[in-house]
Design a protein around this ligand. Structure first.
Ligand code: PGA
Length: 253
């Protein structure tokens, strides 16, 4: 699987209906090659739009990502999404561990380990999200929290015998959708810590780091100075095409 750094992952969450997601792609697809000249762009629509966008993005330089998957192979799991189906749809990336899924769907570390395994098995790159709450940030508990959140990933990496590529997205919860961005020193410290923790796995696997949380056309100029980052996970701002275009052009400038 080829990708060019920096990578910009558009997490569309539940902002668009099926029709809106399709219209967005149809209206802007003539600009997709412009948006992927010096970087990778991944669109992550919600599940119901994946199959349709997979055919719209066929032969397009823009890659497709999912927002979650099941940790189970198949069977009686109402409401879940099979990693194998994602693979059949040419989905190359999958966000897991997002704070909104951890909170609203009570996603656990055990489930996350199984999800990583399913994604590895189906050659889909996990975008594994971690991040501390405001309370944890203010009480110097960020390292502890991130260490705990990375446990399922580290166990899965230890047990994986093939070389895999993956992304870890550091998203402080207090910065997601709030308009407040973590300062570069804090992000740099946490990313350094993540790399240190994952160092033992780097001999076998390719591990990359992203930042997410209020990334937009205004905040990107400061954030792009963090040299340890391989890219960004962009939520709300990525649903506005002009804003996304601005982010891409400022990152690659
Ligand atoms: P935001 O969301 O860019 O809207 O803050 C980021 C995310 O949750 O991935």
């Amino acid at each position: 699987m080829d990708f060019l750094f920096p990578i910009i992952v558009a997490n569309w969450k539940m902002y668009f209906t099926y029709n809106q997601a399709r219209t967005w792609c149809q209206e802007h697809q003539q600009h997709f090659s412009e948006l992927t000249k010096k970087n990778t762009l991944v669109l992550c629509p919600s599940y119901e739009s994946l199959a349709s966008l997979a055919s719209l993005l066929n032969h397009s330089p823009v890659a497709l990502g999912a927002q979650n998957c099941s940790g189970h192979t198949n069977g009686a799991y109402t409401g879940q999404i099979m990693a194998k189906s994602l693979q059949e749809l040419n989905v190359q990336y999958c966000i897991i561990g997002h704070s909104e899924v951890r909170t609203y769907l009570s996603e656990t570390n055990d489930q996350l380990k199984q999800k990583v395994e399913q994604l590895f098995l189906h050659n889909i790159m996990p975008i594994f999200c971690v991040g501390e709450s405001k309370h944890e940030y203010e009480n110097n508990m960020a390292f502890e929290k991130i260490h705990d959140q990375l446990q399922p990933l580290m166990t899965a990496l230890e047990q994986e015998h093939h070389s895999k590529a993956l992304f870890i997205a550091y998203e402080p919860i207090w910065s997601i959708g709030t308009g407040v961005v973590a300062d570069n020193t804090h992000i740099h410290t946490i990313i350094t810590y993540i790399h240190k923790l994952l160092d033992p796995y780097k001999k076998s696997h390719k591990i990359h780091t992203l930042y997410g949380g209020t990334v937009n056309g205004e905040t990107i100029l400061e954030l792009k100075k963090i040299d340890l980052l391989h890219g960004f996970l962009v939520g709300k701002a990525s649903t506005n095409f002009q804003e996304l275009k601005k982010i891409v052009s400022l990152i690659v400038k």
